[in-house]
Write a protein that binds this ligand. Structure first.
Ligand code: GTP
Ligand code: MG
Length: 196
């Protein structure tokens, strides 16, 4: 897709602030520090429209980016970050639940796992949950540059088996370093947006 404009629209902390207009939304979810913001920047050919950090827990709010005046990318706050208080994790749940349940314009979720770790318990909980809400999923295994080709292949085979009873999609390997997977992810996003 040719990116003609990217506009950071809004950061929200409560479900009441969710943007609800006529444009479709694609959300990016995953553990804290897995690489959600990096993937968004890579897809948009921008260095730092979505803030990235080597410190986990950087994205605490839910951030809306308007692309080509046609649809939104939504950077969700990461989960599974140990140094989060009970209160903060309850806020996270409330915000994410509101986003997934109330959102009429959510075209799909791009769920990101680490290609070295695979789906964690929290990832599987989220996948189960979005499946129960009938939300379309694109599953991405990021940081593939950190593995040899053969280990990556073995891992992907294993992860695909782990999730096959839930989702029939096959996991797309991705790396922000060498941009593998970028084309495939865009192809799936375009399909999702076209299904409206
Ligand atoms: P939170 O906002 O804290 O939830 O994190 P996030 O999921 O948005 O992760 P972010 O994009 O900030 O990336 C976290 C760290 O992983 C950064 O240091 C990135 O440079 C690094 N990283 C992200 N993607 C890749 C990748 O494909 N390969 C490698 N080698 N590093 C990556
Ligand atoms: Mg982030």
């Amino acid at each position: 897709m040719k990116i003609t404009s990217v506009e950071f629209v809004r950061s929200i902390v409560s479900p009441q602030e969710i943007i609800q207009d006529n444009l479709n939304q694609i959300a990016f979810s995953g553990r804290s520090n897995v690489g959600k913001s990096s993937l968004i920047n890579c897809l948009l050919n921008r260095k730092k429209i979505a803030k990235t950090s080597s410190t986990p827990g950087k994205t605490r709010q839910l951030n809306f980016f308007k692309i080509n005046n046609q649809f939104y990318f939504v950077d969700l706050p990461g989960y599974g970050f140990a140094k989060v208080s009970k209160k903060e994790s309850a806020q996270w749940r409330n915000l994410i639940e509101g986003f997934f349940i109330q959102n009429q314009k959510l075209a799909g979720v791009i769920s990101i796992i680490d290609s070295r770790i695979g789906p964690t318990e929290l990832d599987l909980q989220l996948l189960n949950w979005i499946k129960s809400l009938n939300i379309t999923l694109i599953l991405v295994a990021t940081k593939s540059d950190k593995l040899s080709r053969s280990v990556l292949k073995n891992n992907l085979d294993k992860y695909n088996k782990q999730i096959e009873s839930l989702y029939k999609t096959s996991i797309i390997p991705f790396s922000v370093i060498n941009r593998t997977g970028k084309k495939e992810i865009w192809r799936e996003i375009i399909t999702l947006l076209g299904q409206d």
